[in-house]
Design a protein around this ligand. Structure first.
Ligand code: HEC
Ligand code: HEC
Length: 214
């Protein structure tokens, strides 16, 4: 019985891998490349480069800097896309399709087998009591504006338009050009909730330079 179960699990895994590989070639390779190296035929034209999955490093995580995203993080990226980039959202894929794509993505880097790189969502702080109180938010906005001017405007620009004096010449961990986010835009790559952005403030990230802010 046990052997049968193991065999069944293996068969299922292989089935998902093959399905994921097929879907990846059909829907993703044009940007991410047939072998997932981020070098598909469309990549050259894109200013934000498609991820190279062979590096085993990921930007969009609820987990700590330097660890892998959770499967839910990857699922969310596939389902929601990445605002302001070529990465589309895939609403028409079934849950099983997305699971299969995740199996295939995980097959592209050995990092996924390393115990020490497995990530878990970072602890989020309690929402502070002043957060929903207009007087409290005004006071904190003021403080936030000062912190922003001191630490962030150099890259993100005084108005958050991504055009500060230090904005050019930055590269990310994939050695690709990394432009500071336009924080004034209505949507953010990481998501629109404060909790979507929190892991980056806390830990820094792969996008360059945020690790210097701790
Ligand atoms: C038209 C181009 C395009 C297509 C098609 C595309 N992607 Fe992407 N993808 C991108 C770009 C560009 C990024 C990087 C955006 C960034 O780093 O800001 C990206 C990023 C990602 C990420 C985030 C990796 C990280 O660092 O967290 C995942 C996961 C992903 N793509 C999966 C897929 C899958 C799965 C498919 C197919 C179902 C797909 N993509 C199809 C362009 C594309
Ligand atoms: C040295 C330059 C630099 C400094 C200083 C800097 N950033 Fe960034 N920031 C970047 C870059 C580059 C990105 C990456 C954008 C991307 O992935 O496309 C980014 C992205 C972000 C994002 C993610 C936005 C999204 O769309 O998901 C947030 C939030 C952010 N920065 C906030 C801050 C805050 C707050 C500070 C100050 C405490 C700060 N940054 C300081 C360069 C910088």
């Amino acid at each position: 019985m046990v052997a049968d179960d193991a065999e069944e699990a293996q068969r299922r895994e292989l089935h998902q891998y093959l399905k994921g590989r097929y879907l990846f070639q059909k829907q993703c390779a044009i940007c991410h490349g047939t072998a997932g190296r981020g070098d598909g035929p469309w990549a050259a034209e894109l200013s934000d480069k498609p991820r190279n999955f062979r590096t085993g490093a990921f930007k969009f995580r609820s987990t700590a800097f330097g660890t892998l995203p959770t499967e839910d993080d990857v699922r969310r990226t596939i389902r929601s896309g990445i605002s302001g980039t070529a990465m589309p959202f895939f609403k028409d894929l079934s849950e099983d399709d997305v699971d299969a794509l995740i199996v295939f993505i995980k097959s592209m880097s050995r990092n996924w087998e390393k115990e020490e790189l497995q990530g878990k969502p970072v602890d989020l702080p309690e929402v502070p009591s002043w957060f929903h109180d207009p007087a409290g938010t005004t006071a904190h906005q003021k403080k936030g504006a000062e912190t922003f001017a001191t630490h962030c405007a150099v890259c993100h620009g005084a108005e958050g338009n991504g055009d500060g004096p230090g904005a050019s010449g930055l590269v990310d961990v994939w050695e690709e050009v990394s432009k500071p986010a336009m924080l004034s835009a209505p949507h953010h790559k990481s998501g629109d909730k404060p909790t979507d952005l929190y892991p980056y403030y806390r830990d820094g990230d792969e996008r360059n330079s945020h690790d210097r802010l701790r």
